[in-house]
Ligand binder design. Structure first.
Ligand SMILES: Nc1ncnc2c1ncn2[C@@H]1O[C@H](COP(=O)(O)OP(=O)(O)OP(=O)(O)O)[C@@H](O)[C@H]1O
Ligand SMILES: [Mg+2]
Length: 283
């Protein structure tokens, strides 16, 4: 459909990772084994270390102890082994859509200007933005900007995609549309995905597996294998009994972990998003 070849995904091994910023440990022996092409979601209360984990996976941060291996090899920060999509689009406001998407290719310097433009255009088509190549970011909706961010990450053809609440700033309807778009892209491209979210519905709808993180430094609270059949579609999947069962289990989990006091601090954590989950749990 898009003339884009399947990228495929790498195995990711997080092995006994210890990490701390200062005095208090964030991870004290975290281990997660992610299969090639697996869609893993991570949920947990605010401050439990989700973004820290992604920064460790990207090589922006280093474990004090333990290792992170991609396809059996330790990750190297100088090796562009991942694509990253942030909560906010973080596009260059003075560059057009297609210039934003081709920026990484320009930095890499392997393609001619014509080839770069052609590739960026194909990835924009893939995310449904054909015809918007010459728009500036401020002339796009929030959902469209996030599509550009996705195209910008995908155009580098990473075999690992790291996503930190990429649809958290979008309204519920746009978010559901983006969830379907992401599943379509993942089905077509096949990367390994580590997806952070505060939204239980989103985690259940998208993932093969959901890891609930405890407050630091307790690591994994639950590792849930998601057997909802694929392909998934909103009306069928979101109303199925299994979907509700997973959702109920996860709401209960989050209520437990959000209530646990951080052992590293006298103060409680900033519980903005967790409070939302607790409200949801109370419904
Ligand atoms: N650069 C930093 N220096 C010191 N402490 C930090 C730094 N970044 C994060 N922290 C602390 O580490 C803990 C984990 O932060 P992190 O951002 O990974 O949480 P999170 O799970 O992503 O939270 P949220 O859901 O709010 O995005 C928090 O207590 C945070 O205050
Ligand atoms: Mg975060």
């Amino acid at each position: 459909m898009s003339n884009i070849e399947r990228i495929g995904g790498d195995s990711l091994l997080i092995d006994d990772v210890h990490f701390n910023y200062g005095a208090g440990a964030i991870f004290d022996g975290l281990s997660i084994d992610v299969q090639p092409g697996e869609f893993l979601s991570i949920i947990g209360p605010s401050g439990c270390g989700k973004t820290t984990l992604l920064n460790l996976l990207s090589g922006f941060l280093f474990p004090r102890q333990g290792s992170i291996k991609l396809r059996g090899k330790p990750i190297a920060p100088e090796d562009p082994h991942f694509g990253y999509v942030f909560q906010h689009a973080t596009l260059f406001p003075w560059l057009t859509t297609v210039e934003n998407v081709e920026f990484g290719l320009r930095m890499e310097g392997n393609l001619s200007p014509l080839e770069r433009r052609e590739k960026a255009t194909r990835y924009l088509q893939l995310v449904g933005l054909e015809g918007f190549e010459n728009y500036l970011p401020r002339h796009l909706s929030g959902g469209m900007q996030q599509r550009v961010s996705l195209a910008r990450a995908l155009v580098m053809e990473p075999r690992l995609l790291l996503m930190d609440e990429p649809f958290g700033a979008l309204d519920a309807i746009t978010r559901e549309t983006m969830n379907d778009e992401l599943l379509r892209l993942w089905d077509e491209l096949g990367q390994t995905v580590v997806f952070i979210t505060h939204d239980i519905d989103e985690a259940v709808y998208l993932s093969d597996r959901i890891v609930v993180l405890h407050r630091p430094p307790n690591g994994i609270f639950r590792d849930l294998s998601n057997d909802l059949p694929r392909p998934r579609s909103g009306p069928t999947t979101r109303t199925s009994e299994l979907f509700w069962q997973y959702k109920k289990e996860l709401i209960a989990d989050i209520a437990v972990v959000a209530n646990t006091t951080n052992p590293n601090s006298d103060d409680d954590f900033d519980d903005g998003p967790s409070a939302r989950l607790l409200q949801e749990a109370a419904l």
